[in-house]
Design a protein around this ligand. Structure first.
Ligand code: XMP
Length: 182
């Protein structure tokens, strides 16, 4: 698994320090509230586990399952919800958690449904990574761990063909690994 990594972009210790700061910001911003954290499966699960344990607030946890990459390294542009029912978010302050803000289509589609259909009182976006790029939609995450270049990354929840999610760091795959698993 580690042999397939060309180079490490963000080491585990760097990610952990950044999560400390992000959790402090969220704890400060939601004082007196009980936010509902909605984790996007599967990519957000590692972030959810590490970030939520650092937040010093009462909170609720929900998950939502969507697919937008369908296994490749380029966004399909289509966001498909894997379940019809949305979590019960009426009047709730929601923090939507995902591994990465890439084109922004996934977070935009989910946020719109949370506000327009589920009746959330507010929805803020929290991502570990945000790619520096022109996006087809206007999506800005309120909480961002790191800005990275526009390259395909794996680890810490992010996969290629379903693999590498359990790497404790963010890395870039060797081209031969991408070809082998394509
Ligand atoms: P966007 O913002 O394009 O992101 O709607 C959709 C989902 O695609 C995945 N994604 C990636 N997965 N390396 C990955 O392993 C990447 O560089 C990458 N960029 C996007 C991710 O699950 C995101 O939620």
């Amino acid at each position: 698994m580690h042999n397939d990594i060309d180079h490490v972009l963000l080491h585990e210790s760097t990610i952990m320090s950044r999560l400390d700061a992000m959790a402090r910001d969220i704890t400060r911003d939601y004082q007196g509230e009980m936010p509902t954290i909605v984790c996007i499966l599967q990519g957000g699960i590692i972030l959810m586990a590490d970030l939520l344990r650092r937040i010093q607030l009462p909170l609720l946890i929900e998950t939502i399952s969507v697919a937008s990459y369908h296994g490749g390294t380029l966004s399909s542009g289509v966001v498909s919800f894997k379940q019809n029912a949305l979590p019960d978010l009426k009047g709730k302050h929601v923090i939507l958690l995902d591994d990465i803000l890439d084109t922004g289509r996934t977070l935009e589609a989910i946020r719109d449904r949370f506000v327009n259909e589920a009746g959330a009182a507010s929805v803020k976006l929290c991502v570990l990574l945000s790619k520096k790029k022109d996006r087809p939609c206007e999506v800005v995450a309120e909480y961002v761990g790191f800005e990275i270049g526009d390259e395909f990354v794996v680890g810490y929840g992010l996969d290629y063909q379903g693999q590498y999610r359990n790497l404790p760091y963010i890395g870039v795959l060797k081209p031969e690994a991408i070809q082998r698993l394509a």
